[in-house]
Ligand binder design. Structure first.
Ligand code: MLT
Length: 311
């Protein structure tokens, strides 16, 4: 009997691949290349992606045998869950695989933008010893506003506590008692904007959150604020952020994610007070190992018709 076919459309850990190869025929394609992806879907029972593959209605319609789409990571914004559900295709992810890595990368970027680490590094490697130009700010005593106090937002809050910051957060879905347990005061979005010295974004990308931090919001912040986004591009409007940085209404920004990815050219890259990384939040050996094995387990369960628990 032919084995079910699993199409791996992006990089997956060796451990995850080994689990899949034990039971399935594993094929590979470049999910970011539609001309490769669509024909490759014709015979597959399962599709595994990260964030670069658009699993939209067209992709789902190209896969008549598809039973499960697995996202080796957290965000499902690149998967049309409604179209999948209509087609009877299960969608699973690895919701805890990379939360520690994303939280740690957030801390790295907060410190990098507070202390001008990449700028000082680049200047020194270019032969320039510039101490006063790259004078930074301390975290101690500052207000950090967290947008979205879900799994990653909570880990960020816990990791920031020892820095002596005051933590506030906007999260309309979290009970204030849970926030209080981890030392965070829940406030409105406007209060986060007005009171924070650092604003860090940990929201999923959705109709409600695209452009959440735009022109109007960036007119309410302190000019000393630094904005960090390791969640999804587009939640902070890039054009509005550029204008605010250029006009001195925002002191700095650290961005790991962009409205369109890959992003290798942006007016934001020209600004010296902007620190950027190429969507590295989940890029650690540990997170990729967990994402790979979690989705491999879920695909096995789904293809054998068993219940797939929330990992
Ligand atoms: C995620 O949603 O899991 C992250 O953005 C990581 C990724 O896409 O690889």
């Amino acid at each position: 009997m032919n084995k079910p076919v699993v199409l791996v459309a992006e990089e997956l850990s060796e451990a995850g691949l080994a689990m899949l190869r034990a039971d399935f025929e594993v094929r590979h394609t470049d999910g970011a290349d539609r001309a490769q992806l669509l024909p490759a879907l014709a015979e597959v029972d399962a599709l595994i992606v990260r964030s670069a593959t658009r699993v939209d209605a067209e992709a789902i319609a190209s896969a008549p045998k598809l039973r499960v789409v697995a996202r080796a990571g957290v965000g499902l914004d690149n998967v049309d869950v409604e179209a999948a559900t209509k087609a009877g295709v299960m969608v699973v992810n690895a919701p805890t695989s990379n939360i520690t890595s994303a939280a740690e990368h957030t801390i790295a970027l907060i410190l990098a933008v507070a202390r001008n680490v990449p700028q000082g590094h680049a200047a020194l490697k270019g032969g320039e010893w510039k101490r006063s130009k790259y004078t930074g700010v301390e975290l101690d005593g500052k207000v950090v506003g967290i947008l979205g106090l879900g799994r990653i937002g909570q880990l960020v809050a816990q990791r920031l506590q020892p820095f002596g910051v005051q933590l506030i957060a906007y999260d309309p879905y979290l009970p204030p008692a849970r926030a209080a347990q981890i030392g965070v005061r829940l406030v409105s979005l406007d209060e986060v904007l007005r009171e924070s010295d650092f604003i860090t974004v940990h929201l999923p990308k959705s109709k409600e959150t695209i452009g959440l931090i735009g022109e109007r919001e960036l007119h309410q912040v302190k000019p000393s604020v630094r904005i960090i986004n390791v969640a999804r591009g587009g939640i902070v409007d890039e054009g509005a952020l550029y204008a605010a940085l250029k006009e001195g209404r925002v002191a700095g920004a650290a961005l790991d994610v962009f409205a369109t990815e890959p992003c290798t050219d942006s007016p934001l890259f020209e600004l010296d007070n902007v620190v950027v990384t190429p969507h590295l939040g989940a890029s650690t050996h540990e997170a990729q190992e967990k994402a790979g094995t979690q989705v491999a387990r879920s695909v096995k369960l789904a293809l054998s018709g068993e219940f797939v628990p929330d990992a």
